[in-house]
Ligand binder design. Structure first.
Ligand code: C2O
Ligand code: CU
Ligand code: CU
Length: 611
């Protein structure tokens, strides 16, 4: 009873306790006699690392209606542990970067300056932008230069992020600290009564793991099984503490780790509500006690601290003993703490309930897809390949037709879990071979964790941006796997033709394309004669054979096969690409050393309606 003892100086004898915390190194001394007439003063110092809250950049409005953001990739040093400097990289600072606040429908310019000593890129993970603004491996930013990305914000409200995407260097650049959040607001999120006071009850959490060498430097190796660490950073701090107001608090969580998968929960196993997945709100909060996030995935959760006494202490944990996605190190199968939460005073106008409906999501159905019968197939078959091939920046792996809805069948035939990420736009998860799609995965996603042996069907609408010259990526978001080649490229083309497969070394092979014809008449069936002329006089067959009869308003898929003679000099070509417009189809190739596209054959399809 320190207070009573201080108040009554004639009783000033008692205990002095010295402890570095409550559990270890306790020392105590009982003073049996009065040490003096003045009571001693007792000061208690509680030292903890506060959870860092990144700066926000709302952008500045330019004269011409474009909102401008400036970010710079730079190197610096960061003191993760007092007195130890680690060489790191960050955007506009030494580690991580500011949160860019974007508003849907606004035209924006992001000036990305590369002050590193080597080339990099900056990708807008989760944003629906044209291929040449995506910041993927093709939009390289040489050291000392600035890349101006400009586009109209066309995402629903959500928590996205940005990070380098330079082929073969993504893992190292992100590990050094290059990553930041992109918040998108829209009229719907503006109207929602949910926690949104930044840093108070709307709190970003970038969760990463790092390994430190004895000299304090980051220990990073690029091998496909690397990228894991034994020290956990939350917004760039080791074991920080967040003082949560005693009310509903929204955490916007990003698994920004290179390799680690987490199974998040709280040390008292309290229930929280997941309100958003990768690219926006769920229709309603989903009550959970655990949420799994693989690298690249996001979740917004709301935790209610209103019933907690002031001073209540708990931890955000990762309960990896409960999951078995991979078994690379002890942290893959044990439980560990990430940061501390102390409950403090509520703010003056806290959010006390969540709206019953957060948004509306129209679920795609499988029969809306153009390829329901034979989904586009991706096998994550090794840590460096998808469908047996490693990333080749000069090879287009998939060609998608603008405005199609497609099913992508993503299989994991490898022995550990892999997160599959697709650029361009969000998708929905149609099914999981291992069971029902859980409620917190029924919203918009851009990254999906596929367990060993599992097959996941995704459905995605390829809208808005067609550009045969600016591919989008699909890849495993374990960055060491991506860098090792577990990545491929697709283009979206504004055509009615698409190849079923692009092929290497096409001499002697049959190259196959699909062609969709719709009978424009809604009243009667019609018969169509289809001829396809080859400028090279190569053999072209059409299946089903012309003429074909199509019922009123119905669509017929034609398969066009071109047999390329074995003697053709194009036998040395590396990559075939098809592009087309409404009047001709071009079969083109690119060599590995020279990305110039050369047209090797032109097809002129003629579709004649027989009356
Ligand atoms: Cu987060 Cu292709 O990337
Ligand atoms: Cu991405
Ligand atoms: Cu992988």
């Amino acid at each position: 009873d320190v207070q009573g003892w201080l108040d009554s100086s004639n009783r000033n004898r008692g205990w002095v306790l010295k402890s570095d915390n409550e559990t270890t190194n306790k020392t105590a001394r009982l003073f049996s006699s009065k040490e003096g007439t003045t009571p001693p003063s007792l000061s208690i110092t509680n030292s903890y690392v506060p959870l860092p809250i990144p700066n926000v950049i709302p952008g500045t409005m330019g004269v011409d209606g474009w909102r401008i953001y400036n970010i710079t990739l730079m190197t610096g040093t960061t003191e993760f542990t007092a007195g130890v400097n680690t060489v790191t990289s960050g955007y506009n600072g030494s580690y991580l970067g500011p949160v860019l606040i974007l508003t849907r429908t606004e035209k924006i310019t992001i000036n990305v300056t590369n002050s590193l000593t080597e080339e990099s890129t900056t990708h807008w993970h989760g944003l629906h932008v044209p291929g040449n603004m995506d910041g993927g491996p093709h939009q390289t930013i040489p050291a000392g230069t600035t890349w101006n990305a400009y586009f109209t914000v066309d995402n629903r409200a959500g928590t996205n992020w940005y990070h380098p995407h330079k082929k073969g260097l993504t893992g190292r650049h992100v590990y050094a600290g290059l990553a930041g959040l992109l918040y998108v607001n829209d009229t719907e999120s503006d109207a929602l009564a949910i926690p949104k006071t930044y840093g108070v009850d709307d709190v970003p959490l970038i969760i990463q793991d790092r390994e430190f060498a004895v000299d304090g430097s980051f220990e990073y190796a690029t091998a496909a099984n690397e990228g894991l660490g034994d020290t956990f950073l939350i917004n760039g701090a080791i074991n920080p503490t967040f003082v949560a107001p005693a009310q509903m608090v929204r955490f916007r969580m990003l698994n920004g780790s290179n390799h680690r998968i987490y199974n998040f929960g709280f040390s008292d196993n309290r229930t929280f509500q997941q309100i958003a997945s990768d690219n926006g709100f769920l229709t309603a909060g989903v009550p959970l006690t655990r949420v799994v996030l693989s690298p690249g995935e996001r979740a917004e959760i709301v935790v209610d601290f209103s019933g907690d006494a002031m001073g209540t202490a708990l931890q955000m944990m990762s309960y990896n003993s409960e999951v078995s996605y991979s078994n690379r190190d002890t942290y893959d199968n044990t439980d560990f703490s990430l940061f501390n939460i102390f409950v403090g005073a509520a703010t003056s106008s806290p959010v006390t309930t969540l709206p019953g409906t957060l948004t509306t999501i129209t679920r795609f159905t499988a029969d809306q897809a153009i390829n329901q019968a034979s989904p586009r197939f991706f096998d994550m078959d090794s840590v460096s390949t998808i469908n047996g091939v490693s990333m080749d920046i000069n090879r287009i792996d998939q060609v998608v037709r603008l405005n199609d809805i497609e099913i992508w069948e993503v299989k994991n035939s490898h022995g550990t879990a892999h997160p599959f990420h697709i650029h361009d736009d969000s998708f929905q998860i149609l099914s999981r071979s291992t069971g029902d799609v859980p409620a917190n995965e029924m919203g918009w996603k851009d990254t999906v964790l596929v367990g060993a042996g599992e097959t996941v069907l995704l459905i995605k609408h390829f809208e808005d941006f067609a550009d045969a010259d600016s591919p989008y990526m699909f890849h495993c978001h374990i960055l060491e796997h991506e860098d090792a080649g577990m990545m491929g490229q697709f283009i979206v083309v504004d055509d009615f033709l698409q190849p079923i497969n692009s092929q290497s070394n096409i001499a002697g092979q049959v190259v196959t394309y699909t062609h969709v014809i719709t009978n424009p008449s809604t009243a009667n069936s019609d018969t169509f004669t289809i001829t396809v002329a080859s400028s090279q006089n190569w053999t072209v067959t059409i299946d089903p054979p012309s003429p074909i009869t199509i019922a009123a308003g119905q669509t017929q898929i034609l398969t066009i096969s071109v047999t390329i003679p074995a003697s053709e000099t194009v036998g040395t070509i590396d990559t075939t690409v098809i592009t087309a417009n409404s009047t001709n189809i071009e079969l083109m190739y690119q060599t590995i050393s020279d990305t110039t596209t050369v047209i090797v054959d032109t097809y002129l399809p003629t579709i004649q309606k027989d009356s």
